[in-house]
Design a protein around this ligand. Structure first.
Ligand code: F0G
Length: 456
């Protein structure tokens, strides 16, 4: 089917409001042209992230009422544990309130100064957790991933030759290897089953534990089913199980493919590692049967993890994002290809070639999206990754200037996304008016969250 209608109907509605042009202008000025500082109530279509923004199903909402809020051994923990064991096959399950806590627990337990953690691409919290434990986060994604217009069905794949050379040279410095499904930092691109198998085999050959960052595991499995030879007609759950049978464990943010608003877990086959992690968990999150979550949240995740494997849901999900990307391509708006699983990434450098990186073209587009239609996206370019060279004092810019338009799960209809396309079309027709911005205030780290700008 070319046209893919939503495989759900609406039972509860949440009003959203399009502020008038004067209010949008005022909000931008008050926020110093940083959309992180605009109250969500003044945003009409919010594509800032797909994380924690999902709409839960009637079954999940019903599950909330069955929350057992006992301190220890709540029944919902056992539902949660069983769901993770059934789907992923790992015997030991440690709940956490979101994905980065699982990363923190894993890396603070296994890493020593000078260690290296390979990955296709580290997400920024993963990188930060590796680096804050004095490790080095190394990205080994295939070269095609660095070119926005290079078409490749599995642009999240690991460069296996680089991985082999690294493992042979540095085995002693590698306490574990990671793989991110889908590869968020590279545009939400999937990893093929063949690549996962080969990477896992390489890890096994060198005795390196293999862990998966599983945030978008179901979307990745769906891409395998759609794009990889011999995988059509397989139940998604089978593909998922085959993937995770290759791994020693995983970290997970259930705020993505858990279809929940909060939650996550660490899971592993290694009982000693899990015991150490549980001791740390009690210090920073809570008792091992709730890990920073209410009983009702555990229930929502337990149900969401099973629901996300529904092929009707996944077909719609991936097609919706793809159709959104295609509608932008038809309007002549350059986007990363192929379109990823959870977001469309606009190539702002190609869209606004007159604005040099020193004037932040992607941030200029983020501001234009809000000004034109109260749409919120996020800059992934030189505001986020730019810095000052410590030796020369010169500014260093990002490789790519992107605006990520992340699509929350089951929240916006196709018509909402069409609206966003019309907003971008209007910006396209007057793009020569955009001049870029300069930073007037910034924090020493993670400056994109709080920077303030002046328009040029
Ligand atoms: N790993 C990946 C691949 C992610 O995309 C994220 C979060 C995390 C780990 C951390 O999970 O937020 O639950 O602590 N990504 C969000 C995003 C924030 O907008 O892409 P968390």
């Amino acid at each position: 089917m070319v046209f893919q209608p939503e495989p759900w109907r609406v039972k509860v509605v949440e009003p959203i409001r399009l502020p008038d042009p004067e209010e949008r202008e005022r909000r931008l000025v008050e926020a110093g042209f940083n959309v992180f500082d605009i109250p969500a109530e003044a945003v009409f279509i919010d594509l800032l992230t797909d994380s924690g923004t999902s709409a839960m199903s009637d079954d999940q909402w019903a599950g909330l009422m069955l929350g057992d809020e006992s301190y220890a051994g709540a029944r919902n923990f056992y539902h949660f544990e069983r769901a993770v064991q059934d789907i992923f096959g790992f015997p030991h399950v440690v709940p956490v309130h979101q994905g980065r806590v699982a990363e923190n627990l894993l890396f603070s337990t296994l890493l020593r100064p000078g260690h290296i953690v390979p990955n296709n691409s580290h997400f920024d919290t993963t990188r930060a957790n590796v680096e804050s434990n004095a490790g080095e986060a190394l990205d080994l994604v295939i070269e095609e991933a660095r070119r926005p217009d290079a078409d490749h069905p599995f642009k999240g794949n690991v460069d296996l030759e680089r991985a082999r050379r690294l493992f042979e040279r540095e085995r002693e410095r590698i306490p574990l290897a990671m793989l991110t499904l889908t590869n968020n930092s590279g545009g939400g691109q999937p990893v093929s089953l063949a690549n996962i198998k080969a990477y896992a085999a390489l890890c096994r050959e060198h005795g390196i534990p293999f862990y998966i960052d599983a945030c978008r595991f179901a979307e990745n499995a769906w891409f395998i089913r759609e794009r990889e030879e011999g995988q059509q007609d397989r139940p998604v759950a089978d593909i998922v199980r085959e993937i995770f049978d290759l791994a020693d464990g995983c970290t997970m943010s259930a705020k993505k493919d858990g279809l929940a608003n909060i939650g996550g877990f660490f899971a592993s086959r290694d009982p000693e590692l899990v015991e150490t992690i549980k001791r740390r968990l009690v210090l920073i999150e809570g008792f091992p049967t709730y890990g920073g979550l209410a009983g009702r949240d555990l229930e929502a995740v337990a149900r969401g993890l099973r629901e996300v494997l529904d092929p009707e849901y996944l077909r719609f999900r991936v097609k919706q994002v793809e159709a959104f990307g295609r509608s932008l391509i038809q309007l002549g708006i350059p986007v990363i290809r192929p379109v990823g699983g959870h977001a469309v990434y606009v190539d702002a450098r190609a869209f606004l070639p007159e604005i040099p990186p020193s004037r932040f073209p992607a941030q200029a587009l983020v501001v234009a999206l809000y000004r034109q239609g109260a749409v919120r996206g996020v800059e992934i370019g030189s505001v986020m990754f730019g810095r000052t060279d410590p030796d020369t004092g010169d500014p260093v810019y990002a490789d790519l200037e992107l605006v990520r338009l992340a699509v929350p799960r089951r929240v916006y209809t196709n018509s909402h996304l069409q609206y966003v396309a019309t907003v971008l079309e209007a910006i396209r027709d007057q793009r020569d008016r955009l001049k870029g911005l300069e930073i007037v205030h910034q924090a020493p780290v993670l400056r994109h969250f709080t920077a303030r700008f002046r328009e040029l």
